[in-house]
Structure formats: C-alpha cells, structure tokens
Design a binder for this molecule. Structure first.
Ligand code: COA
Length: 320
C-alpha cells in the first residue's frame, strides 16, 4: 500500500475542561495532569455523517482521484445511530461513489485493522484505490452525569486513500476477549420471546486496568513490528500513537527510549476520538508539512475487546 491522500473533520463545538467543571465534579488541573487533555470537539448541530463526508472528500481530493475511482470503502466505526445500513454506505452516497462498502468495529485500533484488510485487497489486485474512513462519536456512549469517562472523549473523523505500493513494512493485530474492562451496551427492541431483559449500560471502564493493558500491549506490539521490519527504534522518525492519554504515550515513549519530538500528539485539543485519532493526527501532520519524504512511521493503537494493532510504514509526501 501507499497512502495517497488524507482528510479529517472535527465538530465545530469546542469544549474546555472548565466547561466540564461547570456540571461535573472535576477540574482543569486534574484532567490536564492525569490525561493531557485541555479541550475536545463534541458534536452539537452537525452529525457524524457530516464529519465523515467532509473527511472522505478531503482525502479523495488530496489523492487527486474522483469518488468513482474508489474500488472499496472501509469505515471504522464503533457505533452510530444507524445500526443498519452501514455508515460506509451512507457516506458512499454522499460522496458519489459506487464501490462495495463495509463497516468494521475494531474499537480504537480500527484504523490499523482496516489498513491490514486494505493491504490484502491491494496485494491481490482486488482493488486499486481504497478509502479508509474512521468516524467516531464516543461522546455519545458516556454517562454525562459521571466524570470517569466523559472527560476523556471527543468526536471526529479521519480518512486516508490508499493505492498500491510497498510502504507497509510490518503489521500486527491482536485480540483477547476481556469485555469487562471497557464496554458499552446499546438498547435493542424488546421481543415477546425474550425472557432475560438485560439492562444496558453507558460506557463502563476500569481506567487503571485499561491504562496498564494499553501500555503493555502497545510496547509488545511495537517490539514485534520493529523485529518483523528488522529495524531499531531509533530508525523510526515518528511514533503515531492512539491518542488516549498523554501518560500512556509517555510510558510507551520511555519503553522505546526515544525523544519526545518523535511522538507528535493532538490529544491536548481533541481528547480520545477512538479509531479516528491516528488518521486525524496523520492528516494534520501531513498538511502542516511535518512528515518529510521517506519518514518511517510507527503506528500503534489499542481499544475495547481488548484489541491492539501496530504497523510500520514509509511515508511519501502528499501535495494539498
Ligand atoms: N476529576 C477529578 N477527580 C477524578 C476524576 C475526574 N474526572 N476521575 C477520577 N477522579 C479521582 C478519583 O475519584 C480518585 O480519587 P480518590 O483517590 O480520592 O479515590 C482519583 O481521582 C484517582 O482516580 P483514578 O481512577 O485512580 O485515576 P487515574 O490516575 O487512573 O486516571 C484515567 C484515570 C481514566 C485518566 C486513567 O486511568 C486512564 O486514562 N486510563 C485509560 C483510559 C483509556 O485510555 N480509555 C480508552 C481506551 S481506548
């Protein structure tokens, strides 16, 4: 694969820590020091479909292709208000494309899961141009009367267009069923045949367990892909990590013994936007000219499942 174009879109409403402290028992100092987050963008008047459409259009324009050129759309999304049809099919109509579409739920590691699937399609010549779109609204999973999860998340969409190339040097996906540390249950319609009416829950998270699992799984994925690519950590130019908590990023940085400047972040402004966090970061860095031609990028993410993914890519600059 090769990344040919990137795009992203964030909701217009910015929410500061002080705004949250207006209705939750929390404060800017606690949120900043424990997470690194100062603001996040939260959907108000727009919808996730609006954001996803904008991100997709930006990625397609920067790749210099038309929507008709796409052979496949993979949309990474944990949940949105359409249970069916798939979000990818809605965006397909908005952008005017006519290729097959599928949604995948790889939680916050969804972008890397999508990259691996796309690589198989490109390698076997089943597709020449693929849109990966990560569109997430995790702020709608949280209990907003409660401070433990609602302070962490933001909404957003990030997208890339992929074409053929040999830029993927190594990739690793993992999953291990650990539902209890992080889950969200949606209400389904009752039927006359159902006897056990299970209660649904807003996002439930054991923050300390997730923190520990995130650091250890990311460190082991990073070691794995470095070995697979026959590279040392100092040969990586940028570690683009899932933006979940600045302290998680810092713990991973310490593990690989690399300087802070190799760990660009935007969690300060956006919070955790789930699977959209890495493609939003890539889009921003690329548009601002921070990713030189030939840079080696290491991506790593983790999320509910518990799922993880990491990969190493060679970067080629994009003209916007
Ligand atoms: N504001 C103020 N105080 C808060 C608070 C908030 N929003 N949330 C918790 N606290 C308090 C707790 O009540 C506790 O007080 P106590 O010591 O008097 O009991 C104290 O702060 C420490 O709570 P704890 O939960 O141990 O904090 P922590 O250092 O583990 O940080 C998280 C909590 C959620 C920030 C951290 O565990 C984390 O980031 N985990 C990973 C979450 C994540 O990445 N999830 C998504 C994965 S894709």
């Amino acid at each position: 694969m090769r990344i040919l174009g990137t795009g992203s879109a964030l909701p217009s409403q910015t929410v500061t820590n002080d705004m949250l402290a207006g209705f939750l028992d929390t404060n800017d100092e606690w949120i900043s020091t424990r997470t690194g987050i100062k603001t996040r963008h939260i959907l108000s008047d727009e919808t996730l479909v609006d954001l996803a459409t904008r991100a997709a259009q930006n990625a397609i324009a920067s790749a210099g292709i038309t929507p008709e050129d796409l052979d496949f759309i993979i949309c990474s999304n944990v949940a949105n208000n359409y249970v069916t049809p798939a979000l990818s099919t809605i965006i397909q109509g908005n952008i005017g494309s006519n290729c097959p579409c599928v949604d995948l739920n790889g939680a916050c590691a969804g972008f890397i899961y999508a990259l691996d699937i796309a690589e198989s399609f490109l390698k076997t010549d089943r597709a020449k141009k693929i849109l990966i779109l990560c569109a997430e609204e995790p702020t709608k999973f949280c209990n907003w009367q409660e401070r433990s999860t609602s302070i962490l998340f933001g909404d957003g969409a990030g997208a890339v267009v992929l074409g053929a190339g040999d830029d993927l040097k190594a990739i690793r996906l993992t999953a291990s069923s650990k539902k209890e540390v992080l889950y969200y249950q949606r209400k389904m319609e009752p039927t006359p045949f159902e006897h056990n009416n299970e209660m649904t829950m807003p996002l439930v998270m054991n923050g300390r367990d997730v923190f520990r699992m995130a650091v250890s799984s990311s460190c082991s994925d990073i070691d794995f892909v470095l070995k697979e690519a026959n590279m040392q950590s100092d040969e990586i130019d940028f570690f683009l990590l899932h933006q979940a908590n600045m302290r998680i990023i810092e713990a991973i940085r310490t593990h690989v013994h690399q300087p802070t400047k190799k760990f660009p972040s935007n969690i300060q402004r956006y919070g955790n936007t789930s699977s959209a966090s890495i493609p939003i970061l890539i889009d921003e860095l690329s548009r601002e000219g921070h990713l030189p031609e030939g840079s080696q990028l290491l991506l790593s993410a983790f999320g509910a499942g518990f799922v993880t993914g990491a990969c190493i890519l060679t970067w080629h600059t994009i003209q916007y």
